[in-house]
Design a protein around this ligand. Structure first.
Ligand SMILES: [Zn+2]
Length: 266
């Protein structure tokens, strides 16, 4: 596996995809991607964001079978049905999946948020930013306190939306640095993304990726060794069979690994 740089270099890489791939992706629209034959081998990690989601997460867990994933959870996602929320998170943990912090309320990090929180030099703004992660941690700890599945707090986190690309005027990823320095949370970005055809179509324009019917991605090529792959629970509701085929395909090319405490694929 290639040696990965610090988190910041991953972020930079994600923000500026490889030229050759990008060119191919952007020149396509809603068409079948040509299959690329590759002898790629290595290890990737599968991650799902924004759950748990009623009538979607269980289908995702079934599609994964015995393969491992990390679920980046938001407490607010199913706060309307805490019983079901708890059942789904317990199911994730009982199947050996990892859970990680994706904020309680999932306010997307867009330009406005960057302006709102700025460089985090304002203690009040910083407190507000960190509170969303702390609240999520407390929420799931309390919620799983009487559970037979063990949960002692999140170690990994992911900023919602475009958060991982936010920088201050000096070019520092202050939000990512603050998670590490103030909460001891390691930020995990992503390198590759999948969704069903037609979902997230502003950037996932390669349909039937690698001849995988119904699966869209940003580029037609394969992930690289050590890549973190992003999907969302909610997109696979009623599409578990498509997801299962995708997982089976990925297994023919890669070992599906885990994220270690440093947020790297192992
Ligand atoms: Zn999200």
């Amino acid at each position: 596996m290639e040696t990965r740089g610090p988190v910041n270099s991953d972020v930079k890489k994600e923000a500026v995809p490889e030229k050759s791939n990008k060119k191919e992706a952007s020149s396509k629209s809603s068409t079948t991607a040509p299959a690329i034959t590759s002898t790629a081998t290595g290890t990737i990690a599968i991650t799902f964001d924004d759950g748990p989601i009623k009538e979607a997460t269980e289908e995702v867990i079934s599609a994964l079978g015995t393969e491992h994933a990390t679920f980046f959870l938001t407490g607010k996602s199913l706060v309307s049905d805490p019983k079901e929320q708890k059942r789904l998170v317990e199911l994730e943990l009982s199947k050996g999946h990892q859970i990680a912090n994706h904020t309680y309320s999932h306010e997307p990090f867009k330009k406005e948020q960057n302006e709102k929180y700025g460089d985090l030099s304002d203690p009040e703004k910083k407190k507000e930013f960190l509170e969303n992660f702390k609240k999520n941690d407390k929420y799931f700890k309390k919620f799983l306190a009487d559970s037979s599945t063990k949960f002692s707090g999140f170690e990994l986190a992911r900023l919602p939306g475009d958060g991982k690309m936010m920088k201050d005027k000096q070019g520092h990823h202050t939000f990512i640095d603050s998670l590490q320095n103030d909460l001891g949370l390691v930020h995990v970005g992503w390198d590759f993304e999948f969704a069903p055809n037609g979902v997230m179509s502003t950037h996932l324009k390669v349909f039937d990726w690698q001849k995988q019917e119904g699966v869209a991605s940003e580029v037609s090529g394969l992930p690289k060794d050590g890549d973190v792959v992003l999907l969302h629970d909610m997109h696979w509701k009623g599409k578990g069979s498509i997801l299962k085929k995708l997982i089976d395909f990925l297994k023919t090319k890669f070992k599906l690994g885990k994220l270690n405490k440093s947020g790297k694929v192992s």
